[in-house]
Design a protein around this ligand. Structure first.
Ligand code: ZN
Length: 119
């Protein structure tokens, strides 16, 4: 005797059947997909928020601040997660995390700026 993976009821019929009905089978995969999707969104959102907090902390009350790339990484900054970007004068690429931006300066430095324009 086996039990339905979705509702837990006994499954009648073949012993390798995993669901009591097609409805339960669909519901099981829907729930599984939903939770996976949710956790991906949640972890990206958390990291974006963390990125913003780190930029906020490093820039302090200044309008712009140069920091070492290493210091950002050490604080838990993830350079691959941004909310948008802007290329200025065909060469400077500003990466934004909500209302803060950053740009690679030299090899080891990053310039953090407060976003002046709105989306
Ligand atoms: Zn069921």
């Amino acid at each position: 005797m086996s039990y339905c993976l979705h509702c837990g009821r006994h499954v009648k019929g073949r012993s390798d059947k995993k669901y009591c009905s097609l409805k339960c089978k669909n519901a099981f995969f829907y729930e599984k997909y939903k939770s996976t999707k949710h956790s991906v969104i949640e972890s990206v959102n958390n990291q974006l928020w963390r990125n913003r907090q780190i930029l906020h902390r490093f820039i302090g009350t200044s309008e712009a601040e140069t920091v070492a790339k290493y210091d950002l990484l050490h604080a838990g900054f993830n350079f691959s997660l941004i909310t948008n970007y802007k290329i200025k004068d065909n060469r400077e690429c500003y990466h934004y995390v909500y209302d803060y931006g950053w740009m690679y300066l030299r090899e080891r430095d990053v310039l953090i700026v407060k976003k002046l324009v709105t989306v």
